[in-house]
Design a protein around this ligand. Structure first.
Ligand code: CTP
Ligand code: CA
Length: 229
């Protein structure tokens, strides 16, 4: 493997990355989902592996090739993602939640395919809240050195919404993406603001998701080295 300018600075570290978007089934053939491609999460996993980390990638409904040298766990629902992430996060040095996690799921999952009824409108779909995996990880400070990173996609008031979300979630770092108008979802490029609960914010200009990934690991590595204490 080619060694980049950052070398193998993450050697000896164990990290977890979630990617893609969770799907919540309505019946055996239908689901509520979102447009996350998983590209940013995969870029994070590849970047960490290239820098020598041991990586577990929890992939929700992606159709991307498994990154080389990474343990990939495929999941569908938020419940499955939560179990896989919390399991892998135990003893890990960092967790990056790049996945788009469904906030709600249908209260009921029909055992058989939902059928139309002649002349009748369908029943409304009742939704219930999903657990917040990032908030759960951030609340668990049993390992004070574990760095917890969230992602936020915002369409407006990007900075104000990002700062509020960082505080609400209680995570260490929050990568705030500007989305909409062809930016971010499914595209090759990303632009973001990297917020640090204890440090200055960093503007990451529009560029490849690989570059954003490396900047995120740079910030995580600074946390480990105590630069921001
Ligand atoms: N997240 C999570 N569990 C959820 C929802 C979100 O772990 N049930 C994580 C995402 O993986 C992401 C971060 O939380 O890292 C922010 O997600 P976002 O949807 O921007 O935040 P929400 O708190 O759900 O706020 P909003 O109402 O704006 O969707
Ligand atoms: Ca959400």
């Amino acid at each position: 493997r080619e060694v980049g300018p950052r070398g193998t600075d993450l050697a000896g570290r164990r990290v977890v990355v979630s990617a893609g978007g969770t799907r919540e089934p309505l019946d055996p053939v239908r689901f509520l989902g979102n447009r996350s491609s998983g590209k940013q999460g995969y870029a994070l996993a590849r970047a960490a592996a290239a820098r020598g980390a041991r990586v577990v990638l929890v992939a929700a409904n992606t159709s991307l090739p498994d990154p080389e040298g990474v343990e990939t766990i495929a999941v569908e629902t938020t419940a499955e993602l939560r179990e896989a992430v919390l399991g892998a996060a135990d003893g890990a040095d960092a967790v990056v939640m790049a996945a788009a996690v469904a906030d709600f799921r249908p209260a009921h999952r029909a055992a058989g395919k939902i059928k139309k009824r002649e002349g009748e409108d369908p029943e409304p779909i009742r939704l219930v809240r999903n657990p917040d995996v990032l908030a759960e990880l951030a609340a668990d400070r049993s390992d004070p050195l574990r760095v917890v990173v969230g992602f936020a996609a915002e369409t407006e008031d990007v900075l104000a919404n990002g700062e509020a979300k960082l505080a609400r979630k209680g995570c260490d770092l929050l990568v705030v993406n500007r989305v909409g108008e062809g930016v971010a979802f499914g595209t090759e490029d990303n632009e973001a603001i990297l917020l640090d609960a204890r440090g200055p914010r960093e503007e990451i200009p529009r560029g490849p998701k690989e570059e954003l990934a490396h900047r995120v690991w740079d910030a995580v590595a600074r946390r480990w080295s105590g630069e921001r204490d």
